[in-house]
Design a protein around this ligand. Sequence first.
Ligand code: 9Z3
Length: 363
Amino acid sequence: MLSSITPETPPGNLAALAEDHYFGANPPPKDLEKHVAQARAFIDYHSAAGRRLVLVTSGGTTVPLEKQTVRFIDNFSAGTRGATSAEYFLEAGYAVLFLHRQFSLLPFSRHYSHATDCFLDFLREGPDGSVVARDEDAAKMLHVLRKYRDARDRNMLLVLPFVSISDYLHELRSIARLMRPLGPRGLLYLAAAVSDFFVPPDRMSEHKIQSTNAVDAVKKVGAAAGARPGAAEEEETFDNFDSSPSIPRSKRLVIDLDPVPKFLKNLVEGWSPQGMIVSFKLETDPTILVHKARYSLDRYQHHLVIGNLLSTRKWEVVFVSPGNPDHWIRVPFRKGSTEDSIPDTVAANDEPLDPKSLPDGEP
Ligand code: 9Z3
């Protein structure tokens, strides 16, 4: 497919070709059709009610090293920003489609999972062998429980999981396309920590990558006993990179990754052209954060990039939007976190942000 690219190919066609190539080569997650059916019903329901709907993506994407995946590369994200933001969007009246990394934090239950304390620590034995919340936790638990029940009973929250980077991209593309009829009532809030690199399927081992060559002997016996000629040799030659001066080649694992195509352009121009699109930019080097966020905005022409640094993301973020000066939201040390301010600020601005309307988060 990519062989049809020439120096004259217009940039728009290049993006479409890269999209066809990526989605053709990387198989969809097995539950994609089921998820699409659930997402369609959810979007149609809220669209008919004239409600605003936000797709919140959350958590890290894995990069599998094997097709039958035993090992994968992962990242740090626990899904705190996504899960917390989802609660704020519900509070602001949005229906929330929560596309999250399987087993990462979820709205509402996040208060009692992945915590330093086990959820059982919030409970005690009540009269007659019943289980009740501890007195000191009961008020907060009741508050969270009511919000959770309300969201569930009013069909305001749909939770769909992904695991790998390709699962995530397949799900994102399908859901973003379904959101098209919502026009500007659809908000895409892309907080998931998306891998920049992956192993393409044609270079991925089918089976668990071996750390010793003990299996070679078994294969040779199998080949000698009548297996397809050459099969053992093909397997043996699976080796994903070059040579090392100190460690024998057979003992090393060198991982050779391709860049994940940047699909934000396809999202903005094709999948959901009228939706309001908010992306996050994560860096560790403070000297490049704003520059990278601005670059992303200029390149993809969407509505808002929220920049954050790994080490300070809970206390400060920068809003970068077209035609506006950079706007920092900072929360005082130990007085909440940026999650408390971001969704309200975004929700208050359906259209390109006016910095005058942003809350002053300065300590
Ligand atoms: C973020 O920057 C999120 O704010 C965090 C939230 C992942 C830092 P936690 O889950 O962390 O609360 O622990 N998300 C976007 C990261 C990302 O992958 N952005 C891409 C990039 O930086 C652009 S879409 O290139």
